[in-house]
Write a protein that binds this ligand. Structure first.
Ligand SMILES: Cc1cc2nc3c(=O)[nH]c(=O)nc-3n(C[C@H](O)[C@H](O)[C@H](O)COP(=O)(O)O)c2cc1C
Length: 153
């Protein structure tokens, strides 16, 4: 069975959490094992990242950038990858974010994760202005399904 990690930060209203859960549901419905980690609750051990086949990263827009908790993972990833790339790269990934009306994080978010060279990006970056509505949740569900499919190839 393939495995997906949904690594996200959610803190203020649970908006990004709701998106993460919809992605997880979409992937589970396709028979993939899913782990949800909120970087607001704990620092994720980058070594554990090696255990997953695909990943979805999510963040709220904080000051036009990603949230600090997720940025910690990005920095840990860089250092870990320098000493041993095995199991850290070649993972299909998807991106999602929520914002309060500005949403200028989109470009830096995409640029940063492109720079990390984790693997191929799956689908388009999903955006939610505030609480995700049904159409956003549907997009999230579909991204989960697409990521799940990549683990079966
Ligand atoms: C510290 C902080 C900074 C924020 N900065 C921005 C911003 O620059 N642009 C924007 O559109 N929303 C901004 N917001 C709003 C959040 O991105 C938005 O409420 C988001 O949906 C919260 O996600 P969450 O409920 O998953 O924590 C900010 C919120 C906080 C707490």
């Amino acid at each position: 069975m393939g495995s997906l990690i949904v690594l996200y930060h959610s803190q203020e209203f649970g908006n990004t959490l709701a998106m993460a859960e919809a992605i997880a549901e979409g992937a589970k419905a396709s028979g993939v094992e899913v782990t949800l980690i909120n970087t607001n609750e704990k620092r994720f051990d980058v070594e554990q990242f090696r255990n997953f086949d695909a990943v979805a990263f999510g963040s709220p827009d904080y000051w036009g950038y990603i949230a600090g908790g997720l940025k910690v993972f990005v920095d840990d990833f860089y250092i870990a990858r320098k000493s041993n790339r095995q199991g850290l790269i070649d993972k299909p990934y998807g991106l999602f974010y929520s914002h309060g009306g500005g949403g200028t994080v989109l470009r830096p978010f995409e640029d940063l994760f492109n720079l990390m060279r984790i693997g191929s990006k799956v689908g388009k970056t999903i955006e939610s202005y505030g609480k995700p509505d049904n159409s956003v949740l549907k997009e999230c569900h579909e991204l989960g399904r697409q990521l799940a499919e990549t683990t079966k190839r």
